[in-house]
Write a protein that binds this ligand. Structure first.
Ligand SMILES: N=CN[C@@H](CCC(=O)O)C(=O)O
Ligand SMILES: [Zn+2]
Length: 432
């Protein structure tokens, strides 16, 4: 690789999130492994050491001249954020629906009338791979500028084999050509396509018989997701799709209990899903079962806010022993945002998670929700050097000063990919 080593020194707080088991539960979600006057030594794109600046002086002081030195005095340094649930690759835009919803239409009414997911499916079917690549590349840039270095992405705006494969191939290209990591999920069962209305079971057969084998054969996805919801896929249909995916090595994920309580959390635990998503209406039994099974709750407070719904019971889930992750849900309908910092803010404000819990939910637990915990999610020797330096002093400020992007520098695999130093200090402070 031949990159100069990078030495980040004197961080006011280095939140390593190192050392504990993953995913974190209960009190483990409050343990940030904070090091004051912290230092990180990066080499060959990897974290080689993290400790106090004094400790690293002893170990690397003699090599200081070799390294690019970053002075992080007065600043917070964290692992790169991980977004474990997005619909990043899509055609078109749906700002008119936003207006319609503010005038009283509901998300499901719009979808039942052929809008919503169906509208994006039409625009995604029409888009070329190049167009999808370009739009999504820009979205990934926006993620990076918000400190997000790893992103999960779902197909599901095709719901026919050709377009599902098109979306997944675009994700493969993005993963190879954009600095961020993009982890792909197949979601052929995102809605019941209009042409299959009334023949849902036959469409489920098609997913199992044609789509899943092809996606697996081309190695285009790691996970298999389903929208289990009243009026979309029943728990029985969802179970069939998820069990079939397992036979092809795709780990299950479920959009569960978002709009109505429907036994989605229970199903997630029963099929051994790696995570269940949304969970706004999850039952107490479902929450208990998820805790017992170790299913990660992937909570999406920006979506709840955007749909003007009560957020999921993040506090209760943590107290019940469920490992919690948070995500933007970045999609053109119910959460058109790339801001994980905003999502962490909302985790605190609308789900009563603590600032430390929100950070763990957006890093290590989020990495676990997409099986990336061996590479990303914490600052530990051997992991990818994915780091963020924030223009604030401590982790509480990250959640307290809300709705603001505090990112200064982002490193991906040891490479500086975002630097806002110039942007923020365009003019010097005038004398008083
Ligand atoms: N709820 C289902 N799917 C997406 C929304 C997709 C869309 O509206 O385009 C979600 O996770 O919020
Ligand atoms: Zn989703």
């Amino acid at each position: 690789m031949n990159q100069r080593p990078v030495w980040i020194k004197h961080a006011a707080q280095l939140a390593t999130i190192a050392g504990g088991p993953a995913p974190r539960i209960r009190e483990g979600m409050s343990d940030l492994g904070i090091i004051e006057d912290g230092s990180v030594w990066i080499e060959e794109g990897e974290i080689r050491a993290a400790g106090t600046t004094a400790e690293l002086e002893k170990r690397y002081g003699s090599r200081a001249a070799e390294a690019e030195i970053i002075d992080a005095s007065g600043r917070l340094v964290t692992p790169g954020l991980v977004d474990p649930h997005t619909h990043i690759v899509y055609g078109g835009s749906r700002e008119k629906e936003f207006e319609m919803r503010l005038e009283g239409a509901t998300y499901m009414e719009i979808m039942e009338a052929g809008g919503g997911i169906h509208a994006t499916a039409r625009m995604t079917r029409e888009a070329t791979e190049e167009e999808l690549f370009e739009q999504s590349f820009r979205r990934l840039d926006s993620f990076l500028s918000h400190g997000v270095t790893t992103v999960e992405g779902k197909s599901g705006y095709g719901m026919d084999l050709e377009t599902e494969l098109k979306q997944l191939r675009v994700m493969k290209q993005l993963n190879e050509r954009h600095p961020a990591d993009l982890v792909p999920t197949f979601m052929g069962a995102h809605a019941v396509p209009l042409e299959w209305k009334g023949r849902e079971d036959e469409f489920v057969d098609l997913i199992i018989r044609d789509m899943l084998p092809k996606v697996a054969e081309e190695g285009l996805a790691a996970f298999n997701d389903v929208f289990c919801e009243v009026g979309v896929y029943t728990p029985g249909q969802s179970r069939r799709i998820l069990e079939a995916g397992k036979e092809h090595g795709l780990l299950p994920k479920i959009h569960a209990d978002e709009i109505e309580p429907y036994g989605g959390a229970e199903l997630a635990a029963e099929v051994g899903a790696i995570s269940a998503e949304h969970l706004l209406k999850a039952s107490d039994v479902g929450i208990r079962k998820m805790a017992e099974a170790g299913t990660i709750a992937c909570l999406l407070p920006a979506t709840a806010l955007y749909l003007r719904e009560e957020a999921a019971r993040g506090r209760d889930m943590i107290d019940a022993g469920v490992p919690v992750a948070v995500s933007t849900d970045c999609n053109p309908g119910s959460s058109p945002t790339t801001s994980m910092p905003l999502v962490m803010n909302l985790a605190c404000i609308s789900m009563r998670m603590t600032p430390a819990e929100a950070l763990v939910a957006a890093t290590l637990n989020a990495a676990c929700a997409i099986n990336m915990q061996d590479k990303v999610g914490s600052i530990e020797p051997g992991k990818q050097a994915d780091l963020v330096m924030w223009d604030i002093q401590n982790y509480q400020e990250l959640q307290y000063l809300f709705g603001v992007n505090h990112v200064m520098n982002v490193w991906k695999k040891g490479k500086l990919v975002i630097s806002k130093e110039g942007e923020i200090r365009t003019q010097s402070m005038p004398a008083y």
